[in-house]
Design a binder for this molecule. Structure first.
Ligand SMILES: [Zn+2]
Length: 304
């Protein structure tokens, strides 16, 4: 109870503190664009839809960053494990818009499976972070929407993603006109995808994925420890790749978003979740990178 109030207070204080920075950023943008933003409906590669549509080649390239990171290259066991990984981009017939990303066993090797909703949410979060330059007004709206629709943290259709993008007031016209903002949006959404891929790569490198073990029958405490270890692997990747700083920011916001969704589910149903780890994951990452946490103004969250 007290924990939830504390979380609310922390969220509010963090967001309030950033509003001025955001207002300044938006005012500067308006000034640069002359008040009336030129109507440019097209994204660089076509449309809003194509921005929200996963690009498999991009994802393969991002995975190569992980394979090339020092933590992997310096460890023959990690290198060998990740060399054999297949990336599968799937549409789950049961849930085509799922936001899931899974590591699993596959044809004697290992696979990472990604679903379309995951990339959409990363693009939206990356756009929000770009518009805010580090989180703030737009990201606050995203948190509010996810709090009201926690199911969107699990799956999101193209139509819902388009609605959400527009409802956030994201200025996709500005992203076109303002090249700097466009780069920010691409960098930040790529970093969000990279962070999640690094976590899944961690499960594989650390030998958590085993064809003979049914993940869902694994003891809860073992499963939680594996999640912590995969996060720790991701944290090491952050320390050694060129995108690391954006990865940190994106993953902090991802955990923040999930903490908000978990809190909403808890308040909306008695079922709740038996193991809401997002607040702990956020705090662990924050502790690993105190310099970046200070730079971006992230505060420690109280456990709910
Ligand atoms: Zn995991």
């Amino acid at each position: 109870m007290g924990g939830n109030d504390e979380l609310n207070a922390r969220i509010k204080s963090r967001m309030d503190a950033m509003n001025k920075r955001i207002a300044d950023r938006m005012a500067a943008l308006d000034a640069r664009l002359g008040g009336t933003v030129a109507v440019v409906k097209e994204f660089p590669d076509g449309s809003l839809e194509s921005w929200l549509q996963p690009d498999f080649d991009d994802i393969k390239m991002l995975f190569d960053y992980i394979r090339g990171s020092n933590i992997v290259r310096d460890n023959p066991v990690y290198s060998a494990a990740l060399d054999k990984v297949d990336l599968l981009f799937l549409t789950d017939p049961a849930n085509p818009e799922s936001n899931k990303v899974n590591a699993g066993a596959y044809r004697g090797g290992r696979k990472i499976t990604l679903y379309a909703g995951f990339v959409r949410l990363a693009r939206i979060a990356g756009s929000a972070l770009a518009a805010d330059l580090g989180g703030g007004a737009v990201f606050k709206r995203l948190l509010d929407v996810v709090f009201e629709n926690p199911a969107w943290a699990d799956s999101i259709t193209m139509d819902e993603a388009t609605d959400l993008f527009i409802a956030l007031g994201l200025r996709h016209d500005a992203i076109i006109v303002d090249e700097a903002m466009r780069h920010e949006a691409v960098d930040r959404s790529s970093a969000a995808i990279l962070a999640t891929l690094a976590h899944e790569a961690g499960h594989i490198a650390l030998g958590h994925v085993n064809a003979n073990v049914d993940y869902y029958k694994v003891n809860l405490e073992v499963a939680r420890n594996q999640e912590r270890q995969a996060d720790s692997f991701m944290s090491s990747v952050i320390a050694t790749v060129p995108f690391g700083e954006h990865m940190f920011e994106a993953e902090m916001f991802n955990d923040f978003l999930n903490a908000v969704a978990e809190k909403s589910r808890k308040e909306k149903s008695d079922r709740g979740h038996t193991h809401p780890l997002s607040v702990e994951r956020y705090n662990n990452l924050l502790k690993d990178h105190p310099d970046l946490a200070e730079k971006y103004g992230f505060l420690q969250l109280e456990s709910a």
